[in-house]
Design a protein around this ligand. Structure first.
Ligand code: DI6
Ligand code: FE
Length: 403
């Protein structure tokens, strides 16, 4: 006897087949036991099985739960003031150079109590979850010192314990050079490499290490030192690359078999090729492009031509992407970047799972995978990338439980 059986639904398994890129099963059924999917198929194939709860879904769509594979969800305060400054003509780089930007959030984060950080992050997390998110990656990066970075990772762990969502913690070790290290760049990177990475790895607080490779942040050489240290400690790597300029970060990330390279507005062909060869996922972040009113789009056609998998994420952060809706990220990926609605859905499911190295757990609706599912009362799945401000799924199952 299974725990649950979903019937009278159309299932987008996300297991692509020829002519059926989303692996759609019309008149499908999904069996769930102990938080995992045990069987999926057309209803008649599953007809002999019984379950404690049978959900008849009246023709609704079932997709995997959405995966937000790039966020900076935990931080103190917000930067609505800088949003206003940008409307008055200041650029993101101007504000950063004047001591605002990431440095401003670092100050507010260091001042915040742990309870305060958790409460504000939980509010944002709740919005993402209501929008259909069942897995969310959370980066540190607003502590910028050993203890304050570890504190953010511990907050991520606390949220994982209290909320019905899978949380994947990333140590964003090189995000910005803190004010008090301005004259000691090399020393700062050494501290991160020699102290923070070993401490985070030892405590099991991070799955991967990330950095911001940019003219206003860290150089490819500094990033490479970081990647080597991460590898020494058994941590995967990923990179904020080619967001504001071309630093050839994507090729560097690919060289280190990065899970993903993210943003990529200024990606060149050599970078795309290297990513394809390494299996590095391109994470597109239209919320940041929108909020910064950028003009240069990521080269989506080039990514397609080279067979680079594309994921889509909110990049939820206080500076460049105060975006709290996964389906709005999908809509923006379509409207601003030219993804098809199918690509946008794959970008928040199967490809996002790969960007987190979690394909075995959550990449599809298939036997053995976690029963993280969304039930959408929509006529077509293309509506997920179409509505601007879709309220969220009718039902959200996390590890088989209705949440
Ligand atoms: N790129 C971004 O868009 C965010 N971080 C990063 O490396 C911005 C973070 C912020 O401005 O607070
Ligand atoms: Fe980011």
């Amino acid at each position: 006897m299974w725990d649950r059986l979903l019937v009278d639904c159309r299932v987008a398994t996300m297991e692509a087949a020829p002519g059926n890129p989303l692996g759609v099963i019309e008149d499908g059924a999904v069996g769930i036991q102990d938080g995992r999917i045990v069987r999926v198929g057309v209803r008649t194939e599953l007809a002999g099985n019984r379950a404690r709860d049978v959900f008849a879904l009246g023709g609704a769509w079932v997709t995997p739960g959405l995966i937000d594979c790039h966020t900076h969800l935990i931080f103190g305060g917000n930067r609505a003031d800088e949003h206003a400054m940008r409307q008055a003509g200041a650029s993101y780089e101007d504000i950063a150079k004047a001591g605002g930007g990431i440095a401003s959030t670092v100050r507010q984060t260091r001042e915040a109590s742990e309870a305060g950080l958790l409460a504000s992050a939980a509010m944002r997390l709740d919005a993402l979850m209501k929008g259909g998110v069942t897995t969310v990656e959370i980066k540190s990066g607003y502590g910028l010192a050993v203890e304050s970075e570890l504190r953010l990772l511990r907050c991520a762990k606390a949220l994982a314990a209290s909320e019905a969502v899978r949380i994947v913690p990333t140590l964003l070790a090189l995000h910005a050079l803190p004010e008090d290290w301005k004259e000691r760049r090399i020393g700062y990177v050494s501290m991160i490499v020699d102290e923070l990475i070993p401490a985070a790895a030892e405590a099991g607080l991070a799955d991967a290490v990330d950095a911001f490779c940019e003219g206003i942040a860290f150089t490819p050489e500094e990033v490479e030192r970081l990647f080597e240290a991460a590898e020494d400690h058994g941590l995967r790597v990923k990179l904020h690359a080619e967001q504001l300029s071309n630093q050839h970060g994507a090729a560097l990330a690919a060289k280190h078999r990065a899970l993903s390279a993210d943003h990529l507005e200024h990606l060149d062909e050599a970078g795309a090729k290297a990513m394809a060869e390494a299996g590095t996922v391109a994470v597109l972040l239209p919320g940041a492009f929108y909020a910064l009113q950028e003009e240069r789009k990521p080269p989506v056609q080039m990514l397609r031509d080279h067979g680079v998998r594309m994921a889509v994420a909110t990049d939820c952060n206080p500076g460049t992407s105060p975006l709290l809706s996964p389906t709005l990220a999908m809509n923006m990926a379509c409207t601003l970047f030219g993804l098809t609605p199918d690509e946008a859905l794959a970008g928040m499911t199967v490809n996002a799972a790969k960007a987190l190295g979690l394909e075995d757990e959550i990449e599809a609706i298939a036997p053995g995978k976690a029963a993280d599912l969304c039930v959408w009362r929509l006529e077509s799945l293309a509506e997920l990338g179409y509505w601007i401000g879709l309220p969220g799924p009718e039902r959200r199952l996390y590890a088989g439980d209705d949440t």
